[in-house]
Design a protein around this ligand. Sequence first.
Ligand code: AMP
Length: 396
Amino acid sequence: MKIFVVNAGSSSLKYQLIDMDNEQVLCKGLCERIGVSGAISHKTSDGRKYEAETAMPTHSEAFEAVVYAMTQSDAKVIESFDEVSAIGHRIVQGGSIFKGSCIITPQALQDIDELGALAPLHNPAHVLAIKACIKTFGEEKPQVAVFDTSFHQTMPSKAYMFPIPYKYYEQYKVRKYGAHGTSHRFVSDRVAALEGKDKKDLKIITCHLGNGCSITAIKDGVCVDTSMGFTPLDGFMMGTRTGTLDPSAITFIAEKENLSPADLNRIFNKESGVLGVSGISNDNRDVAAAAAEGNERAALALEMQRYQIIKFIGSYAAAMNGVDAIVFTGGIGENDATLRKVVCDSLTYLGAYIDDNKNAIRGEEVKISTDDSKVNLYIIPTNEELAIARDTLALI
Ligand code: AMP
């Protein structure tokens, strides 16, 4: 059985086709510049490629280009889209409505659309993609929504409420929703499997460290707290995002520079974080290279990010009154051995000890703690697409 996994943005569309008989990716690709011009790059697991520039005024034409790539191009992997059993969509915001993945019914589509108020950059694009799928593949092809937020719906109110006037929660649903939930769920499930234990019996801290970063506390098998908040801007310093800020620093800068809410959103989402402090790049590899050459702001940016990660892990160990396993995932978490070393060397008070030889391994699922460490430390490559495909298969 084959599942088509879609991660749609307003002008882009990432996809994978996964054969669920062996959970192998058959092909993956990206459509870009939808609504402007249009380009597709597509590659198969056996190394064939198809690239083309083709008009994509809407997501429908992008899906038609994907179907051509998958069924007719030199990099085709199936004869017809009839071989695809269902489509699984990554959806950024499920609000308080969606506590798990669901089949996309007309009501679910309407709810996802209305939740666009909480995720204006993402949910409207997801709705366009779902409607384009109905147009391109027909109403009979089952579609499933898998939400970044649903894993975090188990948080207690003391964790998800903000200390602001209650009316903003009542009127506008302003609260913590979290993000990266599919990744946190996937890697925490893997930890339980690797430990040979029921997830309910473990206290786990999962660190998803990529261009976006979040840390989640998982106790009794469910999320009890997470670092991202109302939007994926909260938490700690990321590639271009601030993480938590003193609100008065925001109003102070806004007044000094006469900035609009849109300006502030741009500055704190796209011009801050590691990029903002270092002035070099949002990519930790470039910043580490500059720091190695003596650039002090680059060194400061990395030091700040690592310090904030250490503090979040400590606060979640406190929130759960202990921790059994800590997981590193995402582009940075999986590949940056120095960050893992610096962070874990500050966790010896928890009885966590990193094994430097094991930590030298990159991008593989591996336990990196010493045999006598009281906390098991892991690198677990995340696979959100596979998690989406599994949920889709389970629901259909
Ligand atoms: P992601 O968003 O999960 O794809 O992660 C992307 C980020 O991973 C990049 O922006 C880099 O900062 C980071 N990254 C990837 N490889 C490495 C590496 N070898 N060392 C440090 N950071 C890395």
